[in-house]
Ligand binder design. Structure first.
Ligand code: ATP
Length: 582
């Protein structure tokens, strides 16, 4: 096995194991290398059954029995109950840390699954006025009832399917059912937390609630890291089993972005009787770190006979049980009708076809020239010049706002369009595209003068003292005292001198990963010429669904087809743990 080919973390792990366990065989060391690579790609473990007989780095893996034997003989692999850097649980090989996160999360979920405080008929009485005139079997009404009936609830749905609208009604009902309950809102990123607050404010305004109920509803959201009290110098958050969070209800938006470790910490920090309501889109890109717990949990959707009975009583509609359903399944609701994209919306249809991996349908739709879709096929060398020319015109409003040093107008103009890249490096990587925009369109040389009026930045590290979270976007504007970087904060701004900013990048273009949790009027997706492993169906879906009004794809049919053909399922043992325990 050629260990020289292993990337950073994998090479380090293998070298460390080699030093600590000099008698370990080459096969076991190579397996550790494979595991580290897979973990880096977001998998929680390596499923030996799937890999046995396959080739990796030019070498075949042996059959299962032999492989397991050699792993356990290495000294650095133990079975559950044992203590070693790697764990072999059944046929799944884990880094010990991820194994314990997975076991802890499964245990927490199983302990918390099941009915919450209020009775179905009380829930129905609280929901009836909020859903006046809405049929008993309406998806949002069922989702609201599901969230109120269960201590752990997931509301899963694509963009604009009404997750926020539904949760606003759930919270209004909770205030009636559980007066004085402490409700907190959170999201994995600062941007997503801000969007949640805005969307919830809009949804609350439409409910026609009395002022007392409105006053009880939260109007602030925080990031999960801040909620849990993570400190920059420690991997252990302040809140945990020993010091639980002071809340009764926690709503988390964009839950598909929560990685396994964070998910596990979050559940440990929740008081035993607290309710957890997770909102998310299972088809979006999963977290950057390992795990895809939200998407996996959604697979448990389906009701037990008791769960179906409770939901029927809480909604007034007939409900069927699903054979083999679990208590966690009782808490899962799916929303499918998008209220944002109408029936003939190109964006909605593009999202559907891309998500289904329908390459021919996606390409045909893009070629139709619908008013909200555009496609410029070809290699980057062909489409980059016209893309920059079009962008030059699109930046007019932003330029004027920057000249006026008007942060409101600047943010409005800036958020109208975002360029989204697939990768960081290479000619169509986010770094190169930002440099092109800066030098060609903004006529700045960032190497000589990194700061200039109009420079947009994305923060790469949270800084609690400055009130900045990873992913926050700021705009640099000129003022009487020099350049300041403006960040939206509450109803106003926080203006910082550039030197105070934590790590950041220029943000005319973002990666699709960085754009998660944000929305823009228009999205231009820039595809690399060659296929890269990070290109996938969910990446295209995530990029497309960031757009409210218009999507333009710049890139070849071949690259798009390669992306849609790749449906990444992250290896994990979470579902098996949850199913077997029930
Ligand atoms: N039942 C409904 N009837 C009509 N309009 C609705 C309904 N539900 C939601 N909407 C509208 O659709 C839009 C999207 O709703 P909402 O923000 O609740 O969806 P979401 O799933 O939270 O979206 P996102 O993916 O952006 O988080 C809002 O303008 C909302 O007012």
């Amino acid at each position: 096995m050629n260990m020289v080919l292993l990337p950073g973390f994998a090479a380090e792990l293998v070298a460390w194991l080699q030093r600590g366990f000099p008698a370990a065989g080459e096969l076991a060391l190579a397996s550790a290398g494979l595991l580290a690579c897979r973990t880096d790609e977001g998998h929680v473990c390596v499923d030996l059954v799937q890999e046995a007989g396959q080739r990796w780095n030019g070498q075949p893996w042996p059959e299962l029995g032999l492989w397991r034997g050699q792993l356990l003989a290495s000294g650095f692999v133990a079975e559950p109950g044992g203590y070693a850097p790697l764990l072999l649980d059944g046929d799944r090989l884990y880094l010990a840390r991820l194994w314990s996160d997975e076991v802890a999360l499964a245990k927490q979920l199983l302990q918390r699954a099941g009915p919450g405080g209020a009775l179905p008929k009380q829930i129905k009485a609280a929901l009836d006025p909020l859903f006046a005139g809405v049929p008993a079997d309406d998806g949002q009404r069922l989702a609201a009832a599901t969230a109120l009936l269960n201590r752990v609830a997931l509301i899963a749905g694509g963009p604009g399917t009404g997750k926020t609208t539904t949760v606003a009604k759930v919270l209004a009902a909770l205030v009636m059912l559980q007066p004085g309950c402490r409700i907190r809102l959170a999201a994995p990123t600062g941007k997503a937390a801000n969007r949640m607050v805005e969307a919830l404010a809009g949804a609350k305004a439409k409910l026609g609630l009395d002022l007392v109920t409105l006053a009880e509803l939260p109007d602030q959201a925080t990031t999960l890291h801040r909620l849990l009290g993570y400190r920059p110098d420690s991997a252990t958050p302040r809140y945990g089993a020993d010091q639980p969070l002071a809340l009764d209800v926690l709503v988390v938006d964009e839950a598909s972005m929560i990685d396994l470790a964070l998910f596990s910490r979050l559940l440990q920090a929740l008081p035993p009787d607290a309710r957890l309501i997770l909102l998310g889109d299972r088809d979006q890109l999963a977290s950057v770190e390992a795990g895809s717990a939200f998407a996996e949990l959604v697979k448990l959707a389906g009701r037990t006979p008791e769960g179906a009975q409770r939901l029927a009583a809480a909604s007034g509609s007939k409900q069927l049980a699903r054979p083999g359903a679990t208590l966690l399944g009782d808490g899962i609701a799916m929303l499918s009708q998008s209220h944002r994209f109408g029936g003939n919306s190109g964006i909605g249809e593009l999202a559907r076809r891309a998500n289904a991996g329908d390459t021919a349908g996606t390409l045909a739709l893009l070629a139709e020239q619908r008013s909200d879709l555009a496609w410029q096929p070809g290699r980057a060398s062909e489409w980059l010049p016209p893309m920059l020319a079009q962008l030059e015109r699109q930046l007019d409003d932003y330029r004027s706002a920057v000249r006026e040093a008007d942060p409101v107008a600047a943010f409005q103009a800036f958020d109208r369009l975002r360029l989204l890249c697939v990768v960081r490096d290479g000619p169509v990587g986010v770094a190169a595209i930002n440099r092109l925009v800066e030098t060609r369109l903004w006529r700045q040389d960032p190497r000589r003068q990194p700061w200039y009026a109009g420079r947009p930045v994305i923060v790469r590290a949270s800084d609690a003292a400055l009130g900045l979270a990873n992913g926050d976007i700021g705009l640099c504007l000129a003022g009487p005292d020099g350049l300041r970087v403006y960040f939206p904060q509450g109803d106003g701004w926080r203006a910082l001198t550039p030197a105070r900013l934590p790590a950041h990048d220029t943000a005319f273009a973002l990666t699709v990963h960085q754009s998660q949790g944000s929305e823009f009027d228009a999205v231009w997706l820039l595809l690399p010429d060659e296929d890269v492993p990070v290109l996938s169906r969910s990446l295209i879906y995530t990029a497309v669904t960031r757009a409210r009004r218009e999507v333009a794809v710049w890139g070849s049919a071949t690259t798009l087809a390669a992306a849609l053909a790749r449906d990444v399922q992250r290896a994990s043992g979470l579902l098996d743990r949850l199913r077997s325990a029930e």
